[in-house]
Structure formats: structure tokens, C-alpha cells
Ligand binder design. Structure first.
Ligand code: MN
Length: 206
């Protein structure tokens, strides 16, 4: 079954002024859609490989993907998985300090939200070119990491809990070359209820 573009769980302008409507429209409707289309096109070339219909499960077993379509699945399957998560990590009326179980873990692991936020910003600023800054669960522990291009932490056995897209397509219309300003503004969109749900799911897996 081919993969499909998930609907955005809110309106294009719901994250303004932090993320503008036009950026959201192009990012979701063009960039994400292209990853989905290219992923399906690659999988069609290899009908004997059963990719299933769960993009996260597919990226977790990336090692099993046939050599001929590995790069396409890495870039486009990764792009589909990363963006499907990204839309949910953000939400209208988000941001502020974390709540729930994740707040306690952030305090015990990083010494507080300010310290973690700084680490995520530094990681995002430090990622040369295109990629992602991540908070992941790794075997029951919170870890900050980054990835180039559309590489997914799922490929390394990690479960992404929160991801920040630092590709220019995520911010260029509004922030141009000012990635640090985008990063600061981005934190006003975090949906902590969703991040807590992800943590619960991740711990169910480990
Ligand atoms: Mn993107």
C-alpha cells in the first residue's frame, strides 16, 4: 500500500507569528508531499520488497531495504517519517516549559529545560547544511543528537521525541539566513502533550 501525505493537524496559519502560513503551506504541501511521492515511486520499482504501511517501522528496519532503493528510502522515507512527526511536535498555543513525565526526565537528565533548550539550539546551529536537531529516547534514556539531510534516528534504533527541522525550506521565507532566530521562535510551537505521548510509546517499545 502506498504511503500518503498526512493531513496537517491544524491550519497553515496556526503557528503564526512563529512560523508563517506560506512556509507551512509549501513545507507540508510541496516538500513533504515530494518525499511521499518519491518514496512510493522507489518502492514501486521493488514490488517484491514488502515495505508495509508504517513508515516508522520501515525506517527501524532500514538494514533490510534492498540495495537498489536504499538511498531513495533513506532520503524520502526518512523525510516522510521526520515530517510526519514534526507536524505533531508543533501546535498552536504551544511552547513554554515542558509538562508531565518528560519535564521530570528533562530535569534529571539535563538539569532543566533551559539547559536542554540551549543544547537543542546549539545542535541545530552546529548542523552544517541541512538536517535536524533531535531529542530522542535511546534505550530508556533521553539524548540530544542531530542528523544530516533526512536521516532518521529510527535508523539507529532511537525513538525521536522532538525534532527541529533546520533545512532552509523550514524558515527561509521569514528568517532568511537567521537560523538562530528561527530556532528561538520555534520553541514557541512545542506541543508537550504530544511529546509526552511519544515518550510513553517509546518506553513501551524498550
Ligand atoms: Mn522540512
Amino acid at each position: 500500500m502506498p504511503f500518503t501525505l498526512p493531513e496537517l493537524p491544524y491550519a497553515y496559519d496556526a503557528l503564526e507569528p512563529h512560523i508563517d502560513a506560506r512556509t507551512m503551506e509549501i513545507h507540508h504541501g510541496k516538500h513533504h508531499k515530494t518525499y511521499v511521492d518519491n518514496l512510493n515511486a522507489a518502492l514501486e520499482k521493488h514490488p517484491d520488497f514488502n515495505a508495509g504501511d508504517d513508515i516508522e517501522a520501515l525506517m527501524r528496519r532500514f538494514d533490510e531495504v534492498p540495495e537498489a532503493i536504499k538511498t531513495a528510502v533513506r532520503n524520502n522515507g526518512g523525510g516522510h517519517a521526520n515530517h510526519s512527526l514534526f507536524w505533531q511536535v508543533m501546535g498552536p498555543g504551544g511552547g513554554g516549559a515542558p509538562t508531565g513525565v518528560i519535564a521530570d526526565e528533562i530535569n534529571s537528565t539535563f538539569g532543566g529545560w533551559d539547559a536542554l533548550k540551549q543544547k537543542l539550539v546549539d545542535t541545530g546551529k552546529g548542523r552544517f547544511g541541512s538536517g535536524w536537531s533531535w531529542l530522542v529516547d535511546e534505550g530508556g534514556k533521553l539524548v540530544v543528537t542531530d542528523s544530516p539531510n533526512q536521516d532518521s534516528p529510527l535508523m539507529n534504533g532511537q525513538t525521536p521525541l522532538l525534532g527541529i527541522d533546520v533545512w532552509e525550506h523550514a524558515y527561509y521565507l521569514n528568517y532568511q539566513n537567521r537560523r538562530p532566530d528561527y530556532l528561538e521562535a520555534w520553541f514557541n510551537t512545542v506541543n508537550w502533550d504530544f511529546v509526552n505521548k511519544r515518550l510513553e510509546q517509546a518506553r513501551g517499545h524498550s
